[in-house]
Ligand binder design. Structure first.
Ligand code: SF4
Length: 336
């Protein structure tokens, strides 16, 4: 269900535009759908009030909690069931963040990612994307939403754009706290600057070498790393938010001195932050995780050369973290 269908459903139940807005805000911010017990506290007309139990069941059915897996770092992975029984993952992040999924599966096929292994199963509709936020807010405060879960947001652009516009208005998330994450796609750089709610942008770079990038991200749009950084820089300057470059650090693949020098050539002086995340070892994927000390050395080396670099752990590593692992495990043991 797209958000426009959801709004049409509210109108069908008797909502006027002011009721529609109020209900959307109440749903996404976990406020009461209507006022208190006394008639003068009611905002919604009677017919609509009587339909609230049905409506609540429909909204809850968009994204249900199948299971929750807290990690030691304060994050918590959620396996979320959609109305058709498909599952996706959301992650409650430390400091009131939430990572949401935008597709079931993913067509990009990054060789170090479990989600990419089975290709794209289906798109998430915009209402299913924002429903993950409503669900997470029933568990905890959410003040930041990153679109870094399962799926490539650029491959589901209309739904993701609609979800961002809704979260930045009815969802009351500050615009710079909405982070669109992509491997890079020209359509993103055409569309995002036109949006009313302009999100921050994260670009998954992973290597400075175009040939290696084509191997690691086999079905990402072929944009030269230099061109990608130029597009990112223009967006960062236009919005005033730095670009967040993502780099999954894999031993013997993209952690060489050449790569680090390539990062300095591309990013020194740019309005950007480099997030390095050591690869999370996954059963069935033949890559190695570099030691934390080696990763810290690389981050320090970059930092000293003018690239603002943060070394991060992927959230919830101790609970099969890394996008798609929780879902993959549930499939393996026959829950899905
Ligand atoms: Fe898709 Fe992201 Fe996994 Fe790559 S890392 S396959 S873009 S979900």
């Amino acid at each position: 269900m797209r958000i426009e269908n959801l709004r049409a459903r509210l109108r069908e139940l008797g909502a006027k535009p002011c009721h529609e807005d109020r209900l959307m805000r109440a749903w996404l911010q976990r406020l009461p759908l209507d006022g208190g017990p006394r008639p003068q506290e009611h905002f919604l007309p009677l017919a609509l009030r009587q339909a609230l139990p049905v409506l609540t069941a429909e909204l809850d059915g968009l994204a249900r909690l199948r299971s929750q897996h807290p990690g030691e770092d304060g994050s918590s992975r959620l396996l979320v069931e959609l109305a058709d029984g498909q599952t996706v993952e959301s992650v409650l992040l430390p400091r009131d963040g939430l990572c949401v999924s935008t597709q079931v599966g993913c067509a990009v096929g990054c060789v170090f990612c479990m989600t990419g292994k089975d290709g794209l199963l289906r798109q998430l509709a915009s209402a299913e994307i924002v429903a993950q936020v409503a669900l997470a807010r029933s568990l905890r405060r959410v003040h930041k939403v990153v679109f870094m879960g399962m799926g490539e947001p650029a491959h589901n652009l209309d739904n993701v754009v609609e979800a961002i516009e809704t979260l930045g208005t009815d969802g009351a998330i500050p615009h710079k706290n909405l982070v669109f994450s992509t491997v890079g796609d020209e359509r993103v750089f055409e569309r995002l600057p036109q949006m009313r709610v302009k999100p921050a942008l994260a670009l998954s770079l992973h290597t400075t070498r175009a040939g290696l990038r084509a191997q690691l991200l086999p079905r990402a749009q072929r944009i030269q790393p230099e061109a990608l950084v130029e597009l990112g820089e223009a967006y960062a300057r236009a919005t005033g938010y730095p670009i967040q470059y993502q780099w999954t650090l894999i031993e013997g693949v993209n952690d060489s001195a050449d790569e680090l020098e390539g990062i300095v050539r591309l990013l020194a002086g740019k309005y950007a932050v480099m997030n390095m995340i050591p690869f999370n070892t996954v059963e069935g994927l033949d890559f190695r995780r570099p030691s934390w000390e080696k990763a810290a050395d690389a981050a320090r080396w970059l930092h000293q050369r003018g690239v603002l670099t943060k070394l991060r752990r992927s959230a919830g590593q101790d609970v099969d973290a890394g996008c798609g692992q929780l879902r993959a495990r549930e499939i393996k043991i026959g829950f899905v």
